[in-house]
Design a protein around this ligand. Structure first.
Ligand code: FAD
Ligand code: NAD
Length: 479
């Protein structure tokens, strides 16, 4: 017997659960299928983000940051502490507790919004039929007016460094070390490499990061990337650019990684290695031969600007489709699709997806970088503000970084905002809101910011576009 729904969502990560909850809120009879099993082999919602991504990594970043602050920086402000140690099993257990609470919270939200949940594997067939197999092997057919695919992504593995017995691990393994590795190799200086490298570096690992590209954080504004590289070096992270990993050998409890750089062949011996070279869309076992849904040459499900696949009534959202692999991008796509199914006309503004690297300092940006604007031949003006001149940053004993606002030279419309500072992840939201409303740098300058806050750095950078910043020496002051 078939079960009929208005909407069936496949995948209960951020993209899928947002789609399901919004569809149910709009009165659609909605089901969600999720196959994730957690460490206890129990079904869990929230996908990569809640189980092994955004949330657990942030829990470890926060714990490790508090550890370093307490040990190394509280003394600066007159608070003396001795004998500070990190109890890694407790850190990991606390992280697991946060994950457990949140994943159960999502399950509760789905239920309270009236979404029918199916725990197991979904296969999409022709005619918007979804073959569901529960974890206990029981099979059912779900038939839907609309199917939303949100099956996410998984880590990329590289042949020279296959995952091995907890010694060579991916990001998931790196969230569960039971002790601090003495020497830790990280392959890839992308967001995961920098965030998880920071976690273990703060807890005491000696870190070597091997990055294939010659440039550091190429997606970030160059000035910000340069400042970030300087800060990570100061923190003891040895980031080696332009390196090609050629092989790895596990002997006993050590891993030897061989690589090539401009000087020739080299090797390093590590206690653990994290492979963090990117993620790929995940569609394994999802599409029956007659599903009609096609993949592009990189394995992403082909969709339009509004996440419609080539099959009428079938949509795809989140990491499994083009665009940045970010939870908030998937969430907004999920909501957009649910609302469009209900007859609304929502769109996602792909020009204003904020990016954040949750290191210390945090790095956050939205809109265009200077290098992108130069390449496009756009005339622009820049206003920068060093956090060293921020009263709040000084009071916080944490003055690293800067805020940079880039505005169109003719219209003053804000084209990009780039921040490297403590709490940049929070400050960037103010820039996104301003840009969503088409604000000029002058508009931000005319807006009142509470004092003393780090956000005043954004206010000052906006004022600096036209030379009006109060707390820096202005060279191009206008009346
Ligand atoms: P996923 O979260 O991958 O969820 C897909 C779900 O679909 C999974 O639960 C899977 O079990 C299920 N599924 C797949 N196939 C089937 C099937 N056939 N049947 C049933 N269920 C199926 N992003 C940020 O924005 N901020 C961050 O700070 C951040 N930190 C990260 C840290 C790490 C270590 C990692 C690995 C990722 C991080 N990300 C972060 C990226 C973020 O996790 C992803 O962008 C996000 O989870 C994508 O959401 P999604 O719903 O598209 O897919
Ligand atoms: P990434 O694409 O950010 O970085 C991968 C890095 O590995 C790149 O710099 C790449 O040049 C390098 N690389 C690739 N192959 C290599 C090789 N063979 N040897 C050495 N270096 C190599 O990918 P990631 O860090 O794995 O993250 C995956 C996804 O998860 C990203 O899309 C990211 O957006 C998302 N994520 C986001 C956050 C966040 O928003 N704070 C945090 C973690 C992950």
């Amino acid at each position: 017997m078939s079960l009929n729904f208005d909407v069936v969502v496949i995948g209960g990560g951020p993209a899928g659960y947002h789609a399901a909850i919004r569809a149910a809120q709009l009165g659609l009879n909605t089901a969600i299928v999720e196959k994730w099993l957690n460490k206890e082999n129990a079904p869990a919602y929230g996908g990569t983000c809640l189980n092994v991504g955004c949330i657990p990594s942030k829990a470890l970043l926060e714990a490790s940051r508090k550890f370093v602050d307490t040990r190394d920086h509280l003394g600066d402000i007159g608070i003396k502490v001795k004998g500070v140690t990190a109890d890694i099993p407790t850190v990991i257990a606390k992280k697991d507790e946060v994950v457990g609470n949140l994943t159960k919270g999502v399950q509760g939200l789905l239920k309270s919004n009236g979404v029918t949940t199916f725990e197991g594997m979904a296969v999409l067939r022709a005619g918007r039929k979804v073959a569901f197999t529960a974890h206990d092997g029981k099979a059912e057919e779900l038939v839907a007016e609309h199917v939303i695919i949100a099956t996410g992504s998984v880590p990329i593995n590289i042949p020279p460094c296959p995952l091995t017995d907890g010694l060579i691990v991916d990001s998931t393994g790196a969230l569960d070390f039971t002790a601090v590795p003495k020497r830790l190799g990280v392959i890839g200086a992308g967001i995961i490499g920098l965030e998880l490298g920071s976690v273990w570096s703060r807890f005491g690992s000696e870190i070597v990061v091997l990055e294939a590209l010659e440039g550091f954080l190429p997606a970030a504004d160059k000035q910000v990337g340069k400042e970030a590289a300087k800060q990570f070096k100061k923190q003891g992270m040895d980031i080696r650019l332009g390196t090609r990993v050629t092989g790895s050998e596990v002997k006993g409890k050590k891993v030897t990684v061989t690589y090539t750089d401009a000087e020739g062949d080299k090797k390093e011996v590590f206690d653990k290695v994290i492979v963090a070279v990117g993620r790929r869309p995940y569609t394994e076992g999802l599409l029956a031969q007659d599903s009609g849904v096609s993949l592009d040459d990189r394995g992403f499900i082909t969709v339009s600007d509004v996440c419609v696949t080539e099959v009428p009534g079938v949509y795809a959202v989140g990491d499994v489709v083009r665009g940045p692999m970010l939870a908030h991008k998937g969430m907004e796509e999920g909501i957009m699709v649910a609302e469009r199914i209900a007859g609304q006309k929502n769109l996602v503004n792909y020009d204003l997806v904020p990016s954040v690297v949750y290191t210390h300092p945090e790095i956050a940006w939205v809109g265009k970088t200077e290098q992108e604007l130069k390449a496009a031949g756009v005339n622009y003006q820049v206003g920068s503000f060093p956090m060293a001149a921020s009263g709040r940053a000084m009071a916080n004993n944490d003055t690293t970084g800067l805020v940079k606002v880039i505005a169109d030279a003719a219209t003053d419309r804000i084209l990009g905002v780039h921040i490297i500072s403590a709490h940049a992840s929070e400050m960037i939201a103010e820039a996104v809101i301003a840009m969503e409303f088409g604000a000029s740098a002058e508009d931000l300058g005319l807006t009142m910011f509470a004092h003393p806050t780090l956000s005043e750095g954004l206010h000052e950078a906006a004022l600096a576009v036209s030379g009006h910043a109060i707390h820096i020496a202005n060279r191009k002051r206008k009346k």
